[in-house]
Design a protein around this ligand. Structure first.
Ligand code: CAA
Length: 240
């Protein structure tokens, strides 16, 4: 049976690698994206993975977007909540808008996507939800009260929903990436990043494909007994 999987923020960075990994394993993959239509088109042209645009922080847009995906491709079995943004800054300079926008998209997006898809998984008695957390949600990070709080919230969200899904064959897990060589990490000031990389025991940034392989396992039939867990993939930077 071909499973239908949605990857939010699925056209580039970690999300792009996840979309490709799931497609290579035979899933029907749909990549959601928010804004960068040019990159999304290039991704679809290169991979054959259709891209659907909506803002995961918008509750109604998630309900409508997922309904459209289900109408076009069939019921949604797998959701990877990967979409996320940073608005870094020390608290005394952080605006309420920068706080709110990160919470709305990074944490609110998980709720919105689950509301759109979890009831169907529950009814069909099979589902996989993988939420992308962060090392910085586990350990905190200077200049990221918004991002760390949202990512930390994802861990609580995962553990609560895992309990609700367990008897219906729906697993819910978190992957907590460390610093991965994506555009998001490239935006960290070079001098700051140099100090961060120096603290990674493996001695380098991670690759998006290394996160994608973890997601692929958690989405598989073999992972049916894994739920409510956090898989940390961070080169040993934070052992949790
Ligand atoms: N611990 C302690 N002090 C720190 C610090 C740290 N980690 N980082 C910066 N500081 C200190 C600096 O040394 C400096 O102190 P002095 O004024 O005494 O010299 C002071 O804070 C101000 O530093 P900046 O000049 O960098 O200040 P800024 O206001 O221009 O920028 C910042 C602050 C936005 C937080 C910037 O340091 C920054 O972008 N840091 C990176 C934050 C980060 O790691 N983000 C991760 C993004 S990637 C991601 O989030 C993906 C993921 O999941 C892993």
């Amino acid at each position: 049976m071909t499973r239908v999987a949605i990857v939010t923020g699925g056209t580039r960075g970690i999300g792009g690698a996840i979309s490709v990994a799931l497609k290579d394993l035979g899933y029907t993959v749909i990549a959601n994206y928010a804004g960068n239509a040019e990159k999304a088109k290039a991704f679809t042209d290169a991979t054959g993975i259709p891209a659907y645009a909506w803002d995961v922080g918008d509750h109604q847009a998630c309900l409508d977007g997922c309904a459209q995906v289900a109408a076009d491709h069939g019921p949604i079995d797998v959701v990877v909540n990967n979409a996320g943004i940073t608005r870094d800054g020390v608290l005394h300079r952080m605006s309420f808008e920068d706080w709110n926008e990160v919470m709305r998209i990074n944490l609110g997006g998980c709720f919105n996507m689950a509301k759109a898809t979890f009831p169907g998984m529950r009814e069909r008695k099979w589902g996989r939800i993988v939420n992308i957390g962060s090392i910085n949600g586990q350990s905190g990070q200077y200049g990221q009260v918004n991002y760390a709080a949202a990512k930390s919230g994802i861990h609580g969200f995962t553990k609560a929903l895992a309990q609700e899904g367990a008897k219906f064959g729906v697993t819910v897990n978190t992957i907590a990436p460390g610093y991965i060589d994506t555009d998001m990490v490239a935006a960290v000031p070079p001098a700051v990043l140099e100090k961060i990389v120096a603290k990674i025991p493996v001695g380098r940034l991670g690759h998006a494909e290394e996160i994608a392989r973890g997601v692929a396992f958690l989405c598989s039939e073999d992972a049916g007994f894994v739920t409510g867990s956090t898989m940390s993939i961070n080169g040993g930077q934070h052992m949790y």
